[in-house]
Design a protein around this ligand. Structure first.
Ligand code: UDX
Ligand code: UDX
Length: 478
């Protein structure tokens, strides 16, 4: 159909979402993961007039979304899904039908760091994004708006547009960038009350209409002044920049934590003093065993690759330093554990409390726990792990036992029984209220306690008899 968009449109018009200005669009999302699932559930709940269909190549995942055991753990998500599922929220493996039925198609598939060929270890692997674009071009029965939701390197929207244009069967597509800023563990809250929604589109009349169409969806619950519209490239780069700058703050405070440990200063006091400067602000200054998650490292490496591609060597090195500092923080933590064990972990039981990359999620991607555990397993330790949400299977998939061993326990107490050291690697709230007296009694002596998240009262634990170690804090003899 001709996209001279303003003429003769009626509200029932199904043939061009690029032109339809008022009625609620139908939406589909390719990829039912940590981003696609919660995002679509919230859109469906907030926009009862939109039919929202989420598809995935993984049939088990779709079955789980249709069950009471959702594949993603997020506080509040089960309630949002049950409010909308079956009404205007649907999960299906029939990707082609979902594409055909949709005016707006989100692509939210995973984009892992490429492990082969040129750019290995840094560049994002876009094969799933490209496959999705080809599938859209083949299945589409009318013009569509395609929205990149996955975090992608700058200029990916252009590539998606080229794949669509080269494979179209006469239909036209507008590609928008609409990066996701939700953080896992607070996804529902972040989606319901976002700091901003960013939509990048082509600076053409058609592009602007597509941007407006998507903005109208969000405007059903997000104040208009928080919906930012930019060019596609600004939008794509903003997502990488936001994650790089957040991660940079963590690496900055973690680098200072190393100085604190060397000098006896306390990182919590330093972070508080620094963060009270209103120019700096207090968020994302929590020293830790290291940042994890599917985005920070991957996005920075994307940025590094982009800089190298454009010959910006110093800029690339600057950002690479953020990732290197994070690696150092994880290694340093494992090395401190080794020192407390008199540099031999072989055959020693070590309890690991928390395996998710942060609290309130069952996601382990790039979790600092993986690296710390693998360093200790390389020293032939016997790990006893407990996490309230991560499955034993997910833990086993990430660890290399080598000559060491690991077991997954049903409670923190079972993990700590007979251990030489307890390591807190995720800041789950339940760890704050543990009966540490009981834990101390059940452990080998000397009993070391490493708080990789600075959530425990180390002075009180020291009084119980533990040798205590925080991040960037030294409690007397520790
Ligand atoms: C992913 C990316 O990791 C992140 O960078 C981006 O911002 C959003 O998408 P996430 O939702 O956390 O984040 O990924 P994941 O939980 O792995 O979900 C992706 C889903 O896409 C998986 O369920 C996978 O089966 C599905 N998929 C993948 C498809 O449906 N089709 C494909 O071709 C490839
Ligand atoms: C991040 C971004 O926050 C989000 O906007 C984007 O959409 C996806 O990437 P996420 O990775 O889900 O979200 O969680 P986030 O809260 O940012 O935490 C990332 C890692 O940093 C976690 O391992 C967390 O424990 C760690 N962290 C965070 C710290 O170590 N210290 C802090 O002060 C904050």
């Amino acid at each position: 159909m001709n996209l001279s968009l303003t003429q003769g449109l009626n509200r029932e018009m199904k043939s061009s979402p690029l032109g339809k200005m008022s009625s609620d669009p139908s939406i589909c999302c390719i990829g039912a993961g940590y981003v696609g699932g919660p995002t679509m559930a919230v859109i469906a709940r907030q926009c009862p007039g939109c039919q929202v269909t989420v598809t995935d190549v993984n049939g088990d995942r779709i079955a789980a979304w249709n069950s009471d055991e959702l594949p993603v753990y997020e506080p509040g998500l089960a309630e949002v899904v049950s409010a909308a599922r079956g009404r205007n929220l649907h999960f299906t493996t029939d990707i082609d039908a979902a594409i055909r039925g949709a005016d707006i198609i989100f692509i939210s598939v995973n984009t892992p760091t490429k492990q082969y060929g040129v750019g290995a270890g840094k560049q994002a692997d876009l094969k799933f994004v490209e496959l999705s674009a080809r599938r859209i071009a083949e299945a589409a029965d009318r013009d569509k708006i395609v929205v990149e939701k996955s975090t992608l390197p700058v200029k990916t929207a252009e590539a998606i547009g080229r794949v669509l244009a080269a494979n179209t069967r006469g239909h036209r597509f507008q590609v928008l960038s609409n990066p996701e800023f939700l953080a896992e563990g607070t996804a529902v809250r972040d989606l319901l009350d976002p700091d901003r929604v960013l939509i990048g589109g082509e600076r053409t009349p058609e592009g602007e209409r597509a941007v407006a169409r998507l903005a109208d969806v969000y405007a059903q619950w997000v104040p208009r002044e928080r919906i930012l519209t930019t060019s596609v490239w600004s939008s794509e780069l903003s997502k990488l920049a936001a994650n790089a700058i957040l991660a940079q703050r963590i690496s900055s405070i973690n680098s200072i934590s190393a100085i604190c440990e060397a000098t006896g200063a306390d990182i919590e006091e330093v972070a508080r003093a620094v963060g009270m400067d209103s120019r700096i602000g207090s968020k994302f200054l929590k020293a830790s065993v290291g940042f994890g998650g599917s985005c920070f490292q991957k996005d920075i490496l994307n940025l590094v690759y982009l800089c190298e591609t454009f010959g910006l060597r110093e800029v690339a090195e600057y950002w690479e330093g953020v990732v290197e500092m994070n690696r150092m923080q994880r290694r340093r933590f494992a090395a401190r554990v080794m020192r407390s064990l008199f540099n031999t972990a072989a055959g020693k039981r070590i309890a690991v409390l928390g395996f998710a990359f942060k609290k309130d999620t069952n996601d382990t991607r790039e979790s600092a726990a993986i690296y710390v555990c693998n360093d200790l397993l390389a020293e032939e330790a016997q790990l006893a792990l407990y996490d309230p949400r991560v499955t034993a299977e997910a833990i086993a998939n990430t660890l290399n036992a080598g000559a060491g061993s690991f077991e997954v326990c049903a409670s923190p107490y079972a993990a700590a029984e007979g251990a030489h050291a307890v390591l807190v690697l995720t800041e789950w709230d339940e760890f704050r209220g543990l009966d540490f007296e009981r834990i101390y009694r059940s452990m080998k002596k000397p009993a070391s306690l490493f708080d990789g998240r600075n959530i425990l009262d180390l002075r009180a634990l020291k009084r119980l008899g533990f040798e205590v170690h925080g991040i960037g804090r030294t409690i007397e003899t520790s």
